[in-house]
Write a protein that binds this ligand. Structure first.
Ligand SMILES: C[S@@+](CC[C@H](N)C(=O)[O-])C[C@H]1O[C@@H](n2cnc3c(N)ncnc32)[C@H](O)[C@@H]1O
Length: 201
């Protein structure tokens, strides 16, 4: 990674390490009937959501392409650290393990479009029957869709999102299409599909 990219990621993690826990994840923990087990978070960033899962008794494999392990560990007690395993690497390439919950917040859209179906097939195969997916995808009305970022990312239509979940019960689905600040503070048009789903077969 070049120096300026490294500086940007460090700034991003410093800014987001005290973020509130993701709303959909809080809803899943508080309101969706489930048992705890093994979770995997893909593209965990500074690890706020991983730490929340661990504090709610999940064993978590936290993955990121960047070296963020230190940020996650800061939030955990010695006892809680026993429930964390950090795997540094590209989620398009790392070996995924069977799990009871796959969580991915603002990370899967950073998979290149040509690799997305393969990534999704592996994610789906590794969620156990009766296990869950909680996460989001960017839509084609997102402002980044019309920028060079499109070459590096995956944007889906509503229909394409539903197609991914043919073998799941959809527990919550929400489409957001609004202007909000990005991590840099600049306003941006976000088009995001959020989904909580249970794998049926
Ligand atoms: C926008 S941040 C979101 C971080 C965190 N999930 C959150 O909600 O705060 C995207 C994260 O995904 C990671 N990421 C992007 N592409 C990745 C890839 N191919 N494999 C693993 N992690 C990736 C980035 O390094 C970054 O930490």
């Amino acid at each position: 990674m070049n120096e300026s990219k490294m500086k940007n990621s460090k700034e991003f993690y410093e800014k987001t390490k005290n973020n509130v826990v993701n709303k959909e994840l809080r809803y899943f923990i508080s309101s969706v009937e489930h048992e705890t087990g093994k979770a995997i978070e893909l593209g965990c960033g500074a690890g706020v959501n991983t730490a929340y899962l661990i504090k709610n008794k999940w064993n978590v494999i936290a993955n990121d392409i960047e070296d963020v392990e230190g940020y996650i560990k800061e939030e955990l007690t010695e006892e809680e650290l026993k429930r964390l395993r950090f795997v540094k690497g590209n989620f398009e390439e790392i070996e995924l393990e069977e799990n009871d919950l796959t969580f991915a917040c603002n990370s899967l859209p950073f998979c290149k479009e040509e690799n997305f179906q393969n990534l999704w097939t592996r994610i789906e195969q590794n969620i156990k029957i009766n296990g869950f997916f909680v996460g989001n995808f960017f839509g084609v009305k997102d402002a980044w869709y019309k920028t060079p970022r499109r070459e590096e990312m995956t944007f889906l239509t509503r229909e394409q999102v539903f197609d991914l979940f043919k073998d799941f019960e959809i527990i919550e689905f929400c489409e957001r299409n609004n202007m909000l600040p990005s991590a840099s503070g600049k306003m941006k048009h976000w088009h995001i599909f959020w989904i909580i789903a249970k794998k049926l077969k």
